[in-house]
Design a protein around this ligand. Structure first.
Ligand SMILES: NC(=O)c1ccc[n+]([C@@H]2O[C@H](COP(=O)([O-])OP(=O)(O)OC[C@H]3O[C@@H](n4cnc5c(N)ncnc54)[C@H](O)[C@@H]3O)[C@@H](O)[C@H]2O)c1
Ligand SMILES: [Zn+2]
Length: 357
């Protein structure tokens, strides 16, 4: 088992990574005493696949728990779901000394974390991420929240979990396209922080896609270590944490312009290549470095270009309304050599037009 710590003073917490870890969570929680009893929150698909396993693990450790389900998908990430789940928690008599367990992907983690932050003015929770995206990104860092009609993630809170339990074994049931989409975030860490890691990904592509436990553990560990380092240095996203938005400025616009038909990671992959091409145009990255970034992304079956049929005007409209465009300025996170980045708003419209193609 791999253990690492997110160091945030009295809000510090451990991350455990292991193949088959799900069945050990009860034993760890009985020592850690996060709550007296627990409500496990999961979407319908993950509840069916792993709900009983986690319930059994807690029961074996003598801990009382119940499972609450909601329908899978981003459409559930609403205040309505929060309100319904809060009523169900209250109906079950869940109190201040009890805890929540987020069992699922990023949607479940964001919903459960936000619910934990506001139910009875805050109760403890732990993350049990089951999608690759959640294991390498959303379960660490304490960003929680829901969508409103005006935009994604517009209502939420910074609220850290008490522990993150990552079972790499559950990725075997994750749909292949969700696995690839998560790989875009994995590649992102390599580009922004760790050149060696990119080489590791390139060398181990097949083992990763074949769910080789040791390789997956190592990969998830590196991502969590980088995310933890960034979060420790900048918990509330004032500066450094923005490097995690690499590929996301154009990525978000592409995702939104496709009406979310393009998966998040695929859009981020397109956004990372676009950012690299802008870097080349600005003279801060060589052509061959940009080509290398592009080839790794392509190797994992991810797209590297904005689809022909996507309306460029719509992408540009979303770019200018992106919440990161503060005071009308759009900030781009650009690679300057393979493992360094700059954040700048000095990008001409022409440069953006050129990369959108
Ligand atoms: N809080 C953060 O820092 C942060 C960071 C990035 C993304 N997010 C959020 O995360 C969400 C996306 O997360 P996601 O991609 O995990 O989506 P998701 O939670 O909807 O999961 C994707 C799909 O995979 C299924 N699934 C999950 N684990 C599975 C498994 N082991 N086996 C089979 N199926 C499984 C789910 O049922 C779902 O249908 C977005 O709402 C995004 O805003 C949050
Ligand atoms: Zn992302």
């Amino acid at each position: 088992m791999i253990t690492l710590e997110v160091g945030l003073g009295d809000r510090s917490y451990p991350i455990f990574i292991d193949d088959g870890h799900l069945k050990k969570i009860g034993a760890d929680l009985s020592e850690r005493r996060v709550g007296d009893t627990y409500c496990i929150i999961a979407d319908d698909r993950v509840a069916e696949l792993y709900g009983d396993k986690l319930l059994d693990s807690l029961a074996d450790a003598g801990i009382k728990s119940e499972l609450l389900q909601f329908p899978r998908g981003e459409a559930s990430k609403t205040l309505q779901t929060i309100s319904e789940l809060a009523s169900r928690l209250a109906g079950k008599g869940l109190g201040r000394k009890d805890g929540l367990i987020a069992l699922g992907g990023g949607v479940t983690g964001d919903i459960t974390g936000f619910l934990a932050a506001i139910y009875m003015r805050g109760i403890p929770f732990v993350q049990v991420p089951t999608s690759l995206l959640a294991q390498v990104d959303s379960s660490v860092g304490g960003k929680t929240g829901v969508d409103i009609p005006e935009g994604k993630n517009l209502v939420g809170a910074f609220y850290q979990p008490k522990a993150v339990y990552i079972d790499s074994g559950v990725l075997t049931t994750l749909p292949h396209e969700e696995m690839l989409s998560g790989m875009a975030e994995v590649i992102k860490y390599g580009i922004i922080r760790d050149h060696q890691f990119l080489c590791f990904l390139e060398d181990n592509k097949q083992k990763i896609l074949d769910h080789h436990p040791e390789i997956l553990g190592k990969m998830i560990h590196t991502c969590c270590r980088i995310k933890a380092e960034v979060v420790e240095a900048d918990e509330r996203e004032s500066d450094l944490r923005r490097i995690l938005n690499f590929g996301h400025t154009i990525g978000h616009a592409v995702e939104a312009a496709s009406n979310f038909a393009i998966l998040h990671g695929n859009a981020v992959a397109i956004g990372m290549v676009a950012a690299a091409r802008i870097s080349v145009a600005k003279g801060v990255l060589t052509d061959s470095e940009a080509d290398w970034i592009c080839s790794i992304i392509r190797k994992f079956g991810l797209p590297t270009e904005v689809p022909k049929e996507l309306d460029r005007k719509a992408i540009k409209k979303y770019l200018s309304t992106d919440k990161k465009s503060v005071g009308g300025r759009i900030f781009y996170v650009l690679p300057t050599s393979i493992d360094r980045i700059i954040i700048t708003d000095e990008i001409s419209e022409q440069q953006v037009d050129n990369v959108l193609g």
